[in-house]
Design a protein around this ligand. Structure first.
Ligand SMILES: NC(=O)c1ccc[n+]([C@@H]2O[C@H](COP(=O)([O-])OP(=O)(O)OC[C@H]3O[C@@H](n4cnc5c(N)ncnc54)[C@H](OP(=O)(O)O)[C@@H]3O)[C@@H](O)[C@H]2O)c1
Length: 270
């Protein structure tokens, strides 16, 4: 059984550790190291190590779960302990695998993952890229870990992680914004805040579940609920006349470009 060590025991580490325990991973094979771990992590019953170096010595799989700006320092701290027997799994947004290898000063197997916040509920979506040094068995180990928090797609081109960041990484915020706008519009129609919130969130959940379970594409689902001359048609026409499709495309493109910029900045500092 592989020993999984988390460097950084914050929100995302806590989601993944919770997912692993729920999936039946043995708590004795999971440890973390963090100068100020989340209280929740302590309650999960895993052992906390006194420092990153002892964690790296103990672990077979090292999950880098610190904020991007703290990653270089965390990698430098463990560079002497990391060897070819390790699998490095980084969930840090915007840090390329080449930066991680340089900071670790080791030619190790490295899997870069972009998760999202619904991982907290086991409804996450992760994009995964594995460097050529990573064996298929190690890719499976990384996939198995992330699948305990939701779904996983593997990409063979690391640049796709910027697209994943722009779509599913940042995506929950886009849906929250649409919900926010709909709640405000519902209140404008005279509904109470509480009723507006329930109407909007339950509708979002129902629509997402229908889209997930249906065997037809989302544009067809939309057409099926848009009767000619009806109410939905008026709303959809208003959105499309306001260039909704182009606006969403511009938003995703801006996020992807920012992800590339942030990675470039990190590369320059390497
Ligand atoms: N949350 C998300 O939705 C999300 C989505 C996609 C990707 N990610 C990625 O996941 C990573 C973690 O995010 P998060 O939201 O879980 O952050 P977080 O809650 O701030 O957790 C990070 C933890 O790492 C600790 N830490 C800092 N430096 C350390 C070091 N050298 N060694 C050990 N621990 C250290 C921090 O302690 P201090 O607080 O004392 O600094 C903190 O407890 C980030 O890189 C982020 O890009 C997060």
């Amino acid at each position: 059984m592989n020993k999984i060590g988390f460097i950084g025991a914050g929100n995302m580490a806590s989601s993944i550790i919770g997912g692993l325990l729920n999936a039946g991973f043995n708590a004795a094979n999971i440890r973390a190291s963090d100068p100020s771990p989340m209280e929740h992590i302590r309650q999960l019953g895993i052992e906390l190590m006194p420092d990153n170096q002892s964690l790296a010595r103990w672990a077979d799989i090292i999950v880098l779960a610190v904020k991007p700006q703290a990653l270089q320092s965390a990698c430098t701290q463990i560079s002497e302990q990391v060897s070819q027997r390790h699998l490095i799994l980084s969930i840090a947004a915007g840090i390329r695998s080449t930066s991680i290898s340089n900071w670790l000063a080791a030619d190790v197997a490295c899997v870069r993952v972009m998760p999202n916040t619904p991982a907290l509920l086991g409804l996450g979506m992760s994009g995964l890229y594995a460097t050529p040094q990573t064996s298929e068995e190690q890719v499976k180990q990384a996939t198995d870990i992330m699948e305990t928090t939701g779904r996983v797609i593997r990409f063979n081109n690391e640049a796709m992680i910027d697209a994943v960041t722009a779509v599913s990484g940042s995506g929950p915020a886009y849906y929250f914004l649409l919900m926010e706008a709909m709640i405000k519009a519902a209140v404008q129609q005279g509904l109470s805040e509480d009723d507006a919130r329930l109407l909007v969130i339950q509708t979002a959940l129902g629509a997402a579940t229908m889209a997930q379970q249906s065997d037809v594409e989302v544009d067809e689902l939309r057409r099926r609920v848009t009767s000619p001359g009806g109410t939905t048609e008026q709303a959809i026409k208003t959105l499309l006349d306001g260039d909704f499709m182009q606006l969403v495309n511009n938003a995703v493109d801006a996020a992807a470009r920012r992800s590339i910029e942030l990675s470039d900045e990190m590369d320059r500092n390497t």
